[in-house]
Design a binder for this molecule. Structure first.
Ligand SMILES: Cc1cc2nc3c(=O)[nH]c(=O)nc-3n(C[C@H](O)[C@H](O)[C@H](O)COP(=O)(O)OP(=O)(O)OC[C@H]3O[C@@H](n4cnc5c(N)ncnc54)[C@H](O)[C@@H]3O)c2cc1C
Length: 382
């Protein structure tokens, strides 16, 4: 399908990213899956190649490019089945928060290092007792003079082992519910900040995902992003971009899975022909291709809206709901055509299948997407 989003400059950049993926990421990904982490050196190389935080302004060390350059990076990693490096969280979640709400000093201290890959960022919202219902989080940041003293625990934090700092969602006023939430930057070097286990996951094996613990961690008040008590609203604003970003990745994986399956079934011999001779193979893939094309159009429309600054949280929720659902369906139905090979980890379709499952949980579960959409529907009726 002809896409109209990208200019010649984006396409030249895409070639460079593809070449970086081919030489610096793909050959090592299986090894990183065993190690359960991507070495920091890879982040520095990605920074040098211009793959991190493409959208950041030049005054903070970024290339000052439009968000479509970030999209190119997400897409090329997705097409190649690279799920290890947590670039998406770093570039599409952490950097935008700091750019939008960080102090000038914070921006100058961290953003250039994020662009170069010298510093790695993480976002800490989820806790053992609070994921979907974030207003119930318990990590506290209590004011003491010019500091906050942070106590609590986070879980499932992407880049949790590699991170140099985490943007923490904390209760600065534990009595005030959602209105008591603030976002505070906590450096991993602070006393009392402990990185727990690198969690053992069923998929995304090369990505470090951790528990984090905070015991009387003192951070200066200037580490807070935006106003005290405004963190929940900030999370709601930026979660739309996270959901769009996930959809951008998911639709590419669906497209790639269909391509791999067409290639495989065209070669695989069975019953005197190839698997692609069966009408079942053709019809299943035709159906998946049609559904993927429809959601490719919705995704590209959403990207364009986001670039204009006009994508609504409700549309981002609709997109994530539908595309991640299709993503998991496509990889499941495509895997079937690979037979036993589809169950072997060295086959991209096997890894894509297992990596897909998280997309309907993280960044807001499918049910939370439906809640957001339904709330909007019924608000219009009342
Ligand atoms: C690999 C991985 C990486 C992650 N990375 C990060 C990260 O970097 N930072 C971070 O902060 N978090 C991260 N998370 C956490 C993720 O965002 C949460 O797991 C997710 O938001 C769901 O929260 P929960 O696990 O507490 O599930 P719960 O909130 O307990 O929900 C469990 C299930 O209950 C159902 N449910 C929940 N609420 C409703 C409702 N209102 N209506 C109907 N059904 C409902 C849904 O089916 C949901 O899946 C990550 C998780 C994983 C597994």
């Amino acid at each position: 399908m002809k896409r109209t989003l990208f200019s010649t400059d984006h396409n030249i950049f895409r070639d460079a990213v593809r070449s970086f993926v081919r030489t610096e990421l793909s050959p090592y990904h299986a090894e990183w899956e065993h190690q359960k982490i991507v070495p920091r050196e890879v982040w520095r190389k990605a920074g040098e190649a211009g793959l991190l935080c493409c959208n950041l302004p030049e005054e903070y060390g970024g290339p000052g490019a439009d968000w479509l350059f970030d999209v190119v990076v997400i897409e090329e990693l997705a097409y190649a089945g690279i799920s290890g490096p947590g670039f998406m969280v770093h570039s599409e979640m952490v950097a935008p928060y700091i750019l939008a709400w960080g102090s000038e000093d914070m921006k100058r201290a961290w953003l250039p290092k994020m662009v170069s890959g010298e510093a790695i960022g993480a976002v800490g919202m989820t806790e053992p007792g609070a994921g979907s219902d974030l207003k119930e989080l318990r990590t506290r940041a209590i004011r003491d003079g010019d500091d906050y003293v942070i106590n609590g625990q986070k879980v499932y934090i992407s880049n949790g082992q590699n991170c140099d700092f985490v943007l923490l969602a904390c209760k600065t006023d534990p009595q005030a519910g959602a209105k008591g939430v603030s976002i505070i930057l906590a450096e991993a070097s602070r006393e009392g900040f402990v990185k727990g286990r690198n969690l053992d996951k069923i998929g995304l094996k090369a990505q470090d995902t951790s528990e984090l613990f905070f015991a009387d961690v003192r951070v200066p008040v200037v580490n807070r992003l935006g106003d005290e008590g405004k963190g929940f609203g900030m999370l709601m604003t930026k979660l739309a971009q996270e959901r769009l970003t996930q959809a951008v990745r998911s639709i590419c994986v669906a497209e790639a899975a269909i391509d791999w399956t067409v290639a495989y079934t065209s070669e695989r011999k069975a019953f005197g022909g190839t698997l692609s001779d069966f009408q079942n193979t053709q019809f299943v893939l035709a159906q998946l291709a049609a559904e993927t094309s429809a959601l490719r159009i919705f995704t590209d429309w959403s990207i364009a809206e986001h670039v204009k600054g006009e994508l609504t949280p409700v549309d981002a929720a609709k997109l994530k709901l539908l595309v991640t659902d299709l993503h998991t369906k496509v990889v499941d139905q495509c895997l079937q055509f690979f037979g036993g090979y589809g169950y072997m980890s060295e086959y991209p379709i096997a890894r894509a299948y297992i990596d897909a499952r998280i997309t309907r949980i993280a960044g807001g579960a499918a049910e939370i997407m439906k809640q957001i959409i339904a709330r909007d529907l019924f608000a219009q009726k009342n």
